[in-house]
Design a protein around this ligand. Structure first.
Ligand code: ATP
Ligand code: MG
Length: 385
């Protein structure tokens, strides 16, 4: 009997031996949740080294594939049929796979035997199946190099899979296998990409946004919520917290030299993020900084801000170029949201000439004069009532 099947491949090599069962369990859980919207009725199963999803129709299989190629931990997704292990069943299934690939001009067959107990070896299978397909189609040519369509045949223990649709997926590790992080998430271009890079490495990422409210309209938090929605199909944020930061910025602006304002805003953000992390079990912070990109992202300034953090600060974009970040943001669909640019807390009370080489000693001395611990408590009281 033939049934439609979606084959979910993951990078086995990336999975450490002992952890593998838990990675697979988590991936199946994530697949189940991700497919709920598409087709709650799909049956999901694990076999050796891959996960199988049985959709109720080819169309549903297509919809499932579109969801699964975006899911962290999935390396490749194929869609086709599962049939009995005989040429009588394989041949017509391969023909159906070809027909579903119209329009095309050339094709080839790529057969693989996972079990050598099948009577035909892969060379023979390629030949037999190839000539059947040539005989049953018209005007199609077999081409070994870069054909329009490749019909894959995989022979396993007691079944065969036949498919002509196979798409590369996003890769990475299943969300929920790497612990929790807090990402300082602005409505800008960089931090959404940074958040997603850690999501793709399997982390549960909690977004923490600082809006300029009540000193500015709260439009940046609206954009950040849209960014969170855009990330949802790609693994998603675990949660999102928004801090009304404008009032604190006003107090900082009054208390420290103009040049140092940004450093102090950032310090308070890191202090809040560190305290929140302790309360919600996060083990590190994430920012979207890229070395030297703007005045605040020099090494001296990173040193002056980092000293406040009580947890490791991960900067997945530190060595990337703007162009690479833009490409990724376009793929994630966050680019057009960030491009709308709006006032967030960082455009508020901005210095005309920001410090590019802050001295840690001077910054620490000024920091001691601020009621920062009290501010952090106050902000946490609002975030975690
Ligand atoms: P982005 O494109 O992520 O906004 P940026 O190029 O504007 O970054 P900065 O303004 O120096 O650079 O911000 C550096 C990092 O500080 C950001 O990537 C983000 O992690 C954090 N950050 C900045 N502003 C905010 C904010 N309003 N809320 C939360 N985090 C912020
Ligand atoms: Mg920004």
């Amino acid at each position: 009997m033939s049934r439609f099947v979606v084959l979910v491949h993951y990078h086995e090599l990336g999975l450490k031996g002992r952890n593998r069962p838990s990675f697979e369990r988590q991936l199946i859980k994530n697949i189940t949740v991700a497919l709920k919207a598409v087709e709650p009725a799909s049956e999901i199963r694990r076999t050796s080294g891959r996960i199988l999803v049985y959709p109720s129709s080819y169309k549903q299989g297509r919809a499932a594939l579109a969801v699964l190629v975006k899911l962290p931990g999935v390396a490749r997704v194929s869609l086709g049929e599962q049939v009995a292990r005989s040429l009588d069943a394989i041949n017509p299934a391969a023909l159906r796979a070809l027909e579903r690939s119209e329009p095309f001009a050339s094709f080839k067959v790529a057969a693989r035997r996972a079990n050598t107990d099948f009577e035909l070896d892969s060379m023979t299978l390629n030949r037999e199946l190839g000539s059947y397909l040539v005989e049953h189609t018209e005007g199609k040519t077999v081409r070994m190099k870069e054909p329009d369509v490749t019909v894959h045949l995989e022979i396993i223990k007691n079944l065969a899979y036949v498919y002509a649709v196979s798409e590369r997926a996003i890769g990475g590790l299943p969300v929920g296998t790497a612990g929790r992080l807090i990402c300082l998430l602005s409505s800008g271009l960089d931090s959404p990409v940074a958040a997603w890079q850690m999501i793709r490495r399997g982390a549960e990422v909690v977004g923490l946004h600082f809006s300029g409210a009540p000193e500015t309209p709260d439009s940046s938090s609206y954009l950040v919520r849209r960014i969170a929605d855009a990330l949802e199909p790609f693994g998603g944020l675990f949660a999102l917290y928004v801090v009304h930061f404008g009032g604190y910025q006003r107090q900082i602006a009054l208390a420290v030299p103009e040049k140092l304002r940004i450093i102090f805003y950032r310090r308070l953000m890191f202090a809040v993020a560190s305290a929140l992390a302790l309360r919600i079990g996060a083990k590190g912070l994430v920012t979207g900084e890229s070395l030297g990109q703007v005045a605040s992202q020099t090494l001296d300034n990173i040193v002056a801000v980092d000293a406040v953090a009580t947890l490791p600060v991960l900067r997945p974009l530190i060595g990337t170029d703007k162009q690479e970040i833009i490409q990724r943001a376009e793929q994630l669909g966050t680019f057009e949201i960030s491009a709308q640019g709006t006032e967030d807390c960082c455009t508020l009370f901005m210095p005309r000439n920001p410090e590019t080489h802050a001295r840690l000693g001077e910054v620490e001395a000024l920091w001691q004069e601020l009621p920062h611990a009290q501010w952090v408590e106050e902000i946490l009281g609002v975030l975690l009532p």
